[in-house]
Structure formats: C-alpha cells, structure tokens
Design a binder for this molecule. Structure first.
Ligand code: SAM
Length: 296
C-alpha cells in the first residue's frame, strides 16, 4: 500500500481530526461484514432480487492511524464488502464520500482496483443526505421493485439529518447506522441548558424534534428562590437517553431495530451506538445476535 506519499500524510491528518480510528473502527467493520455474509447467504438462491450495497460515508478505502509513529492501516468497509464473492456478490455498489480528497482515493481503491467488478461500482462525491433521499426515490420506483439494499451509514459526527432517514420508510432496506450519542448529542446538551442557537438547530435537524421536545427529554426544571427564574438541569444518563430516543425514532420508520453495539473509548466512555434497522424480523434477529457476540 502506498503510504509514503503527501496525499497519505494529508489523509492521515484529516482522519485524526475526524475521530477516525480506535479499536471500535475495526469492530464495526467486522459487524458489517458478518452481517453482509449472512445477508448474501440468505439471498444466494433468490436470483430474482438485485442486491445493492449503499455506503453513505465511504471514506478513502483505508483507515490509517498514526499511534506514536506506529502506522496502523485498516482496510475500510468499502473494500471489505467488494471483496465478498462467496456465496454471492452484491450486484451494485454505491459509495458516497463528500470530501474530494478522500473521494479521489476511494475511487482508486474501489472502482479502479477491482476491474472485474468496475462496471457495478459507483463512487460519488456528494452529501450522504442527498443520496439517501435519492436512494428512497429509486427504491420507491415500481421499475426497481426487485432491488434489495444493504446500507451502511458510518458518519464521524452528526451529519445524518433525520428527514433523510425518514425518507426510507417502508422500503426494503437493511441499514447499519452509527449514532453519535456520546460524541455528538451528549456534547451539545450543555449541563445548564444554555445551548447556542447553532447547536440547538443541529440537534433539531439530527433528531427531527423541536427544541421544546428536546428540552423536555433531556432537562428538568428545578425551582429557584425567585419564582420568575427557572433553573434547567440536564438529566442524568443523557448518553443512554439519547440512544433510547434515537432507537425509538428509528422504530417509527423501520419495523425492527436491533440491540445496539456500544462503541467506547479507552476511558470506557460511550461514543457511539450502532444499530441495524430493517422491515424484516429475521434480519433484526441476525443483527442482534452479531451485536451480542461483539458486545461480549
Ligand atoms: C468514519 S469515516 C468512514 C469510514 C469508512 N466507513 C470506512 O470503513 O473506511 C466518515 C467519512 O464520511 C465523510 N463525510 C463527512 N460528512 C459527509 C457527508 N455529509 N456525506 C458524505 N460523506 C461525508 C468523511 O469525509 C469521512 O471520510
């Protein structure tokens, strides 16, 4: 792998800024790959279905981490999924990446690196939210009623807008989605409730709730000596509460949501929760079994 080029130095710097890395990075890819293999095994003999893989935050193809000059390279999810050929491959692969530098590498590491599958690989440099809405419209089109999709939504922050998730209601999609409960939602919910307008707007877009609804779920009012002054106090366990809240939001769109895989940092603080959503009960069972294996 070409590590010593300037482009890789640039990618490494960007990855460190973006909270890439950590052992959880490898585990979430293993969870996805285990699931994809189970999915492809079930779909092996159902030849009438066209299988699409959709990756909304595809990265560059590799995850490069610099631990005190010890370079650790992980093969990214995009390549791991393309490399699955047994028991069958996906018929099409859509990879979305917004950053033009990562996108350039992604194209080289996917479409250009697998000539036999090149015609079925579609990398695109765009915003995942836009492409999720396009995906919903594509799957709703009666011409595409035989398409079944496995999606992987792996953002580093709070980029996924609730309305994009909502646009997938009722569609034949199994989706692994990484939710930044600790690293995103909890960080924006200030202890004293004094949240800037910009952060409140971010929370509203991410959760699809109004600021009043968000306030009710995460803050309690405590009386002060002065009747006209209300003091807001953040509820305990805001990370767990945001995980439960997002899970229940997902259940409004998909019939089934798996148990979460909790991604923790080295100080044992929860950063993300990973869920599988589906309209198929068997899918949820497989997802929850895989999560259980890795949570243990
Ligand atoms: C955690 S990384 C993805 C790692 C990748 N799944 C892998 O296994 O290698 C998140 C990626 O999402 C990209 N990104 C950030 N915001 C985005 C957006 N709104 N739409 C699409 N990609 C975005 C970042 O540039 C970054 O490469």
């Amino acid at each position: 792998m070409p590590y010593n080029s300037n482009i890789n130095e640039l990618i490494l710097a960007k990855m460190e800024n973006n909270n890439f890395g950590g052992d959880w990075t490898k585990i979430k890819i293993e969870i996805l790959v285990d699931y994809a293999k189970a999915y492809l095994t079930i779909m092996k003999d159902r030849k009438f279905f066209k299988l699409m893989y959709f990756d909304g935050f595809a990265g560059s193809g590799f995850i490069i981490k610099n631990k005190k000059e010890k370079i650790d390279v992980t093969i990214g999810a995009a390549k791991r999924i393309i490399e699955i050929s047994e028991p069958r491959s996906f018929d099409t692969y859509y990879f979305v990446e917004k950053d033009p530098i990562f996108f350039g590498e992604l194209k080289k590491n996917t479409k250009d690196a697998y000539p036999k599958k090149a015609n079925s690989i579609f990398p695109v440099c765009d915003d995942c939210n836009k492409k999720l809405i396009d995906l919903g419209n594509f799957l709703r089109d009666p011409k595409n009623k035989n398409v079944r999709t496995l999606a992987y939504i792996d953002p580093c922050g709070m980029q996924v807008e609730w309305r994009s998730i909502e646009s997938l209601r009722g569609l034949p999609i199994d989706m692994w989605i990484l939710v930044p409960t600790g690293l995103g939602v909890n960080r924006l919910l200030k202890k004293n409730g004094h949240i800037s307008d910009a952060w409140l707007e971010k929370l509203e877009i991410f959760l699809g709730l109004t600021k009043e609804e968000i306030g009710k779920r995460f803050y309690k009012k405590s009386p002060t000596l002065f009747e006209d002054i209300t003091h807001f106090e953040k509820e305990r366990d805001a990370i767990e509460k945001s995980a439960k809240l997002y899970q229940s939001r997902l259940k409004e769109v998909f019939e089934y949501v798996s148990k979460p895989y909790e991604l923790k940092n080295s100080s044992n603080s929860t950063m993300y929760h990973l869920y599988l959503t589906s309209n198929n009960k068997a899918a949820e069972k497989i997802g929850s079994d895989i999560v259980k294996k890795y949570n243990n």
